[in-house]
Design a protein around this ligand. Sequence first.
Ligand code: NAD
Length: 255
Amino acid sequence: MTGSSPFSLEGKVALITGAGTGIGRATATMMARTGAIVVATDRPGRSQALDTLVGAITREGRRALALELDVTAVRSMPAVFDRIVAETDRLDILVNNAGTQLFKAALDIEEEEFDAIMNVNLRGAFFCAQAAASVLSRGGTIINVCSQHGVVGNRDRAPYCASKGGLINLTRALAVEWADRAIRVNAVSPTYVQTESNAALLQSPPIRDDIKNDLPLGRPVTADEVAAAICYLASDAAAGVTGHNLLVDGGWTAR
Ligand SMILES: NC(=O)c1ccc[n+]([C@@H]2O[C@H](COP(=O)([O-])OP(=O)(O)OC[C@H]3O[C@@H](n4cnc5c(N)ncnc54)[C@H](O)[C@@H]3O)[C@@H](O)[C@H]2O)c1
């Protein structure tokens, strides 16, 4: 085990997709504070958000670097992962956090809209995992950020529910297949998360009512609460855990 505590990420290198905001940024910050060298990645056009994040981590005396990684650009992935290993010597943790959503009635969803959700949330996560698996160090780990909506259905989110449900079972399949490479693969599935980009959405009547009536904790979870679950699964404290979906759902699916 590395570090003084099994929860320490000291000596590990962690790549986070979609790290510019929200859960990705909280995870990058918490991983750096727990000792990891952070490779913060996001899609094109997000370099300013990444630079702000890397600046904040560096000011705290930790090491981080920013890289562009569009999870839909599958052919570019091996080169990106090779470059990361060239710059950091190793890769121990991949957090497949990049995600997108669409609120629309199932009857109205166009083919391109369905594909756009799948391409980022499911296909993108799979090909990032595949590119990472060929360079991950022994004992390396992958955490897929899924959703309570991958476990239960809900109206006006059919492609999102399908993509996250697919990602949860992809997590199990990769955990089984890559166990003999000593790679652990797990999922974290949040309920509604309070982030800087969705404050208005959480106040909109259907979601506000969902939270009030159906979420036992009675409040959205925070990005830091999700990041803490991701950090646990990334750490040696979870060395015996693979193929698991850790719900950070305020009790939503316990009802
Ligand atoms: N916020 C919530 O309520 C909530 C709940 C459950 C699950 N999630 C999941 O958590 C993850 C993070 O969500 P968030 O709330 O922080 O959202 P967010 O919109 O703040 O962050 C999503 C990130 O993904 C990036 N991204 C989008 N397309 C990409 C692409 N093609 N390549 C690389 N990066 C791309 C965005 O640039 C952004 O940085 C997502 O997978 C989301 O589905 C969020």
